[in-house]
Design a protein around this ligand. Structure first.
Ligand SMILES: Cc1cc2nc3c(=O)[nH]c(=O)nc-3n(C[C@H](O)[C@H](O)[C@H](O)COP(=O)(O)OP(=O)(O)OC[C@H]3O[C@@H](n4cnc5c(N)ncnc54)[C@H](O)[C@@H]3O)c2cc1C
Length: 258
């Protein structure tokens, strides 16, 4: 049977671009799409297996995806899977790893020597007095001075780490001097349902700004690989606030179909 969904062979996007896809995030982080299985067609097939049928053409398939999304009939979305290689500061990874519906493997600071890679923001935010977890823009802060202070702190921590290694301290102990803005790397395999949950929670303005940047990078991979599901998600499931996603919706990425 002819399939109509645009990314049904698991390699559609990767082969088109010719190299693993990578988005740079923050000063040194990234999200790289290593592999993917299924796409919009996999969702349609999974939903229609109940009726022993498959694709019925683009218009009907898109309507079906919108229906599944609107009615929170989400298990068919579990049949499309993404494998990402991610580099984030440790404080972002710590929030990320709270998302249990995914598989993780992280670089070991016991096996390997820590790389000199740290997140140094150039813009600092002030504490939000209303949202106790949140932050707000702060024009009055001396951003350059704060970044320089952090960079000096990082240099000192890294020097202490290297001194300890040189003195024979085990890697698993020497790392105790390193701060939360150190980058870590991990593989993250996640199905589309869980990815949508992640984007809903972490692209929203209540998430930490740095985390939002990663969620937006993931959203872009999602959009490219599963355009029909992406549109349905934006129209029927996304309830958060983020200017980038509002713009995407306004630019016609959201699906007008029921
Ligand atoms: C803005 C923000 C602030 C946060 N602040 C804090 C904080 O201060 N402290 C803190 O500890 N966490 C905090 N979190 C983390 C949050 O509580 C969740 O742990 C995290 O967002 C993962 O969400 P999840 O459980 O939906 O995802 P997953 O773990 O991927 O789970 C996906 C879904 O599977 C189901 N599920 C998974 N496990 C279970 C289970 N054991 N029982 C029943 N159903 C399950 C649920 O439906 C869940 O939504 C924060 C998250 C956000 C977005």
């Amino acid at each position: 049977m002819k399939r109509h969904a645009p990314s049904d062979d698991g390699k559609h996007l990767l082969s088109k671009v010719g190299a693993p896809l990578r988005a740079n995030v923050l000063n040194k982080g990234f999200v790289r799409l290593v592999d993917a299985m299924g796409g919009d067609a996999a969702v349609v097939d999974a939903a229609r297996v109940c009726y022993d049928s498959r694709s019925k053409g683009e218009a009907q398939d898109r309507r079906l995806i919108a229906y599944l999304m609107t009615h929170a009939h989400l298990t068919p979305f579990e049949h499309a899977v993404f494998k990402f290689h991610v580099s984030t500061p440790i404080f972002v990874a710590r929030q990320w790893f709270r998302h249990r519906m995914a598989s993780y493997n992280e670089v070991s600071g016991r096996y390997t020597e820590i790389k000199d890679e740290f997140y140094i923001p150039t813009v600092w935010r002030a504490q939000d007095a209303i949202d106790k977890q949140g932050s707000i823009a702060a024009a009055k802060l001396d951003h350059k001075k704060l970044s320089a202070k952090l960079a000096a702190q990082v240099r000192s921590s890294m020097a202490a780490y290297r001194e300890m290694l040189a003195a024979g301290v085990a890697r698993e102990m020497a790392r105790l001097v390193l701060p939360l803005n150190l980058y870590t790397q991990f593989y993250w395999t996640v199905n589309c349902r869980s990815l949508m949950n992640f984007i809903s929670l972490r692209a929203d303005e209540h998430a930490q700004w740095e985390m939002q940047q990663y969620a937006l990078a993931l959203a872009e991979f999602f959009r490219l690989r599963m355009p029909w599901t992406w549109k349905a998600f934006l129209s029927h499931a996304w309830k958060g606030r983020n200017p980038a996603l509002s713009e995407a919706a306004a630019a016609g990425q959201a699906d007008g179909q029921p």
